[in-house]
Design a protein around this ligand. Structure first.
Ligand SMILES: [Fe+2]
Length: 242
């Protein structure tokens, strides 16, 4: 049981966001930066990834509005299109990019009672597959269509400039070798057993926010009731300074 703000009933005397992010892989920010846009709020704690500048015309805007809704036939580019209001499986964001965004920042616009965001340490998977096994599992993007989305090989775990990046996405990564096929099968079959290994946060009140280390932690969203209008905004950060 941890001792930080927002973690299922626990409180922290003096928030230390940098410590939390390093130690737990996520930082909960209740009613955070009211009156500031998410992009401006993000700039107070880190460096915002300007997706449109990096990738003009990208389907991913810098500030993304995530609305719970019924699945959409057709594009299947977002989890909402595929899963609708059902539980989203554990994943890392933009795992199909050559270098996925370092951090994601979610902030509540309109919350839904009972809906939670789960955060799961990738070490859990690395322990299952072994560090060498995770590095041997090679994936490729389902849609290698852009300069950011890599058309190349994407290991489950890799070293990049002295840091390890763990990536996983059951929808947008396809196995490129036998190790990856085995890993994919085990993760998908084991999805329900991971639920109790995660920490959960409620983004219920407007401006409740959560930063997640997207290179070391996976996240999921629990089911959204059919009558709830849940809206979350999301940006990505390339740096976090607290
Ligand atoms: Fe996500």
């Amino acid at each position: 049981m941890c001792s930080r703000v927002g973690c299922e009933g626990q409180t922290l005397k003096a928030p230390d966001y940098l410590r939390d992010l390093e130690k737990f892989g996520s930082v909960y920010l209740p009613k955070w930066c009211e009156g500031l846009s998410l992009q401006d709020a993000g700039a107070t704690i880190g460096k915002v990834l300007n997706v449109q500048e990096l990738w003009p015309g990208a389907a991913v805007p810098t500030v993304q509005r995530l609305e719970a809704r019924e699945p959409a036939a057709g594009s299947g580019r977002r989890y909402s299109d595929i899963y609708g209001r059902k539980r989203f499986p554990f994943h890392t964001d933009l795992a199909q990019w050559a270098i996925p965004p370092r951090y994601l920042l979610l902030r509540c616009v309109n919350g839904a009672v009972g809906v939670r965001t789960g955060v799961l340490d990738a070490a859990y998977f690395i322990n299952i597959f072994g560090r060498a096994g995770a590095k041997r599992a090679l994936f490729r993007s389902r849609n290698p269509i852009s300069s950011i989305s890599s058309g190349g090989i994407l290991p489950l775990l890799e070293d990049k400039g002295g840091r390890e990046i763990f990536r996983w996405d059951p929808e947008f990564l396809l196995p490129a070798n036998a190790s990856a096929a085995e890993v994919r099968d085990k993760i998908i079959k084991g999805e329900l057993s991971f639920i109790n290994q995660a920490e959960y946060f409620s983004l219920l009140q407007p401006n409740d926010a959560l930063v997640i280390d997207n290179w070391r932690y996976l996240h999921c969203r629990t089911e959204v009731p059919g009558d709830a209008e849940r809206v979350i905004e999301r940006i990505y950060l390339t740096e976090f300074h607290g």
